[in-house]
Design a protein around this ligand. Structure first.
Ligand code: PHE
Length: 358
């Protein structure tokens, strides 16, 4: 057989084999067999010089072309097979991530403050209130002025309010501060929405205090209802429903006269103690939760002062036509009362031994 025929045969044999190969490992073997260092075709190419001069050119050209064609075919086939093999491996190796681990891992839960906030929201949403949030960085206008808080009020001093910039004039309505309560949202909500409105506003508030019952940042829920025939009885009924939902269906509420610049009349709201009867516990001791008084103070409230409506009169709040009630409660206080937490700072220490209990 002539050298040229041999090259032709080798090329056909190799290309048939590559065409039949159905695994990349098989292609690797074929590459060695036909193009490797000891393979016949490359050998033939190296020894072209030993051929008779008239054959050299044709054999050299054919062998070279054969080598390139085989190499190209192997590459092409390999690319296709690699893709298929990857797909097959992915299908084979699939893990069912929906299977529960064994043993099941401990699943976390919401922080007590978040739980309590959601519980409070649930009660009021059930009564038809909407939930709104608002800015924690406020102006003195919303935090104080529009709430009928006079410039002489002590809470405006830097000992009671965090001012964002060293305030040149803390009595300037544009002075920027961290809100000391959620009440500024009363004004913002009324500016945005004409009556009737029934909203609650949960959120963070800030005051420069730190002891067992005060942290510089804490949480409140504001409530505001404005309509054409809202009375103090509606306030009491609403808060009674709230108190029973959170502290038990046996609870009663009582209103005590109080004062806030933005409500008139103003009240402090107490819920009957759920830890004792008439201040005495089941074991005959003076109740430590209510200090033997049988009442627990839970929030401040009142009827929206007409002076507050004057700030939003142009938004549909004519104090001759609408009335409203408002209340504000501390979420931490509700949680501490309900779960008997002795120190507010425990809620912020991030100690799982404490947090896990709820
Ligand atoms: N903003 C008051 C406080 O922080 C609570 C309050 C809200 C009182 C609404 C009356 C009406 O103490």
């Amino acid at each position: 057989m002539s050298a040229l025929d041999r090259v032709t045969n080798l090329r056909k044999e190799a290309q048939d084999a590559v065409g039949r190969a159905d695994a990349t490992t098989e292609l690797d073997q074929l590459r060695v067999r036909y193009l490797g260092r000891k393979a016949e075709l490359p050998n033939l190419l190296r020894r072209v010089v030993e051929l008779p001069p008239e054959e050299r050119a044709a054999v050299g050209k054919a062998a070279n072309e054969a080598r390139q064609a085989i190499a190209a075919q192997i590459e092409e086939r390999a690319a296709g097979l690699a893709g298929k093999e990857l797909q097959a491996r992915l299908a084979r190796d699939r893990v069912d991530v929906t299977l529960p681990p064994d043993p099941p891992p401990a699943i976390g839960h919401h922080h007590l403050i978040s739980q309590t906030r959601r519980e409070i929201e649930d009660v009021f949403v059930g009564l038809g209130f909407m939930v709104h949030e608002g800015p924690e960085v406020e102006t003195a206008y919303y935090n104080f002025d529009a709430l009928n808080i006079p410039v002489t009020h002590p809470s405006r001093l830097e000992t009671d309010t965090f001012y964002v910039k060293p305030a040149e004039d803390i009595f300037d309505p544009n002075t920027v501060l961290l809100r000391v309560h959620t009440s500024p949202m009363q004004i913002r909500v009324m500016e945005q929405t004409p009556p009737p409105i029934y909203v609650i506003v949960p959120g963070r508030v800030y005051r420069p205090d730190l002891d067992a019952t005060h942290t510089p940042q804490f949480h409140q829920v504001e409530g505001l209802a404005v309509d054409t025939d809202v009375t103090l009885a509606d306030l009491k009924g609403t808060l009674l429903r709230f108190a029973r939902a959170v502290f038990g269906e046996q609870r009663e509420v009582r209103l005590r006269p109080s004062f806030f610049p933005f409500t008139e009349p103003s009240v402090e709201v107490d819920v009957s103690c759920f830890h004792c009867v008439d201040g005495v516990t089941a074991s005959g001791e003076r109740c430590s939760l209510c200090k033997g008084t049988s009442w627990l103070e839970i929030l401040g409230a009142g009827m929206v002062d007409p002076n507050v409506f004057e700030y939003v009169r142009e938004h549909g709040y004519d104090p001759e036509r609408v009335q409203g009630f408002a209340f504000g409660m501390g979420i931490e206080r509700i949680a501490m009362l309900k779960y008997g937490v002795p120190d507010l700072r425990l809620l912020y220490d991030n100690d799982v031994r404490f947090l896990e209990q709820f």
